[in-house]
Design a protein around this ligand. Sequence first.
Ligand SMILES: [Zn+2]
Length: 286
Amino acid sequence: MPELPEVETVRRDLQAHLVGRTIESVSIGREDILRSTDCARLVAALTGHEVLSVGRLGKNLIVELSGDTVVLVNLGMTGQFFVCEACAEIDEHAHLVAELSDGMRLVFRDIRRFGHIELARAQSVGESFTLRNVGVDAMSDEFTAERLEEMLAGRSALLKNALLDQRRVAGLGNIYVCEALFRARISAVARCGELAPEEVQRLHRAIREVLRESIAAEGTTISDYVTGRGVPGSFQERLRVYGREGERCRRHGCTGTITRIVQSNRPTFHCPECQSSGGMNRGESY
Ligand SMILES: [Zn+2]
């Protein structure tokens, strides 16, 4: 599913190709993808309005329009949000299609429909369904090692689950949490309060590093994700643990094998050999 690097890549593409364009007409195929609005209200709010900016918080896109309106987009599991030529083919999974000035088209496509589109007023966007419970963005200046340490201190919850909780740090999903724990050499079964300050620093550095590298590679395409220009990302070629079950560990000098375990119904990929920090709990059940 799209995580921070994928959503940031979409944001950058839309910022480059959507801002300054006016939405000339809108068609919505399915109302069940809409939040806090209905088809008629969303069509009225979009039609004739210019796109002023495209922002992001965590895994959410914030499209600011003229007329004091903001459209919030969450890509869910399989969502795609991209600009293409107006003549490009679209299928039944394209739930919102907006025709733009200059003969381009904006498409929201989502096969599994866990994504959504919300209409909000610019002045009350923080209270919206999409954003009201979103914590500090993992690439923002506010997300410091000290902040991460505060989030984890004294808690017995599984570290991995805490990092996935969007109410605390926003933007991380299963892929980048697995990758960041590996880079920081922290046990995939560590609990929040077990990390030494030095390990929290290492984890923070690893999170920023893997997100930055993935943004530079336009994100990870495992199945459905495409950029805001409708093409796949390339970071899947550089994943070190995610999806590599049974393969040799890529850390220099480590002879371990990447292993897949299931935690809270999600797969975790890790190297049990070299990811040992933070865990007094190796061998513990989870
Ligand atoms: Zn290893």
